[in-house]
Design a protein around this ligand. Structure first.
Ligand SMILES: O=C(O)c1ccccc1NCC(=O)[C@H](O)[C@H](O)COP(=O)(O)O
Length: 216
């Protein structure tokens, strides 16, 4: 299979829901390409503005700082953008809203029944990627649940970030089946909610690298 953003030779890794400085350090050392900070107050992983400033200030060059939002006031997104390289919209934000900030953005889509991914990719054509996550009614993200990966068409034109219930134990299988641009994990590398486990972070990254080696 030839390389392309849809079928990369190296799967990027995004660790999500970081709340502590030591987790940022371990995640970066393990090989993170991106770190996600939940900025939606409804989440137990949400970090306040001071903590975001501290965590974001710790991230070295070439690791992307991603802020997660769920249908929040645009003024709030605009304010917090100063700490972020990329915005991730996890709610029902329409494309015009997502494009209204001076930052690149990705759209999270929860894989509810009947979702047409080609139509969504066309609607969110300004997104840098689509993050595909499990659907659980009333829960915007971070469910720790997988979905049926065979629902993702190989012909999708947008880079796919695969999320939802990934762990060090299943991520290699996920990469082999989907060949995503990136994988995203939160609960699968935690010791407790919001607290990442150093060994799980390293094991997850090692499993991704091993899967990439197996795909070559
Ligand atoms: O983590 C949260 O609490 C959260 C709340 C609201 C929107 C998104 C949220 N998290 C998103 C993620 O952490 C990931 O992008 C994704 O959902 C994967 O989570 P997991 O299944 O736990 O690996």
């Amino acid at each position: 299979m030839s390389e392309s953003p849809q079928h990369p030779i190296r799967t990027r890794i995004k660790f999500c829901g970081l709340t502590r400085e030591q987790d940022v350090d371990v995640a970066v050392a393990a090989g993170a390409d991106a770190l996600g900070f939940v900025l939606w107050p409804g989440s137990r992983r949400c970090v306040d503005d001071d903590r975001l400033a501290s965590l974001a200030g710790r991230v070295p060059a070439f690791v992307t700082r991603v802020g997660l939002f769920v249908d929040q006031p645009p003024e709030r997104v605009a304010y917090l953008s100063r700490f972020l390289d990329l915005l991730q919209f996890h709610g029902d934000e329409p494309p015009d809203y997502c494009a209204g900030f001076e930052r690149p953005w990705i759209k999270a889509l929860r894989m509810r029944e009947g979702l047409d991914l080609h139509a969504a990719a066309a609607a969110y054509s300004g997104a840098q990627a689509l993050l595909l996550d499990a659907y659980r009614p009333g829960v915007p993200g971070g469910t720790g649940e997988t979905f049926d990966w065979s629902r993702i068409p190989a012909s999708l034109t947008k880079p796919v970030i695969l999320a939802g219930g990934l762990t060090p134990a299943n991520v290699a299988q996920a990469i082999a089946s989907v060949r995503p641009f990136a994988v995203d994990v939160s609960g699968g590398v935690e010791a407790a909610r919001g607290c990442k486990d150093p060994e799980l972070l390293k094991a997850f990254a090692a499993a991704v690298h091993g899967a990439d080696d197996g795909c070559r």
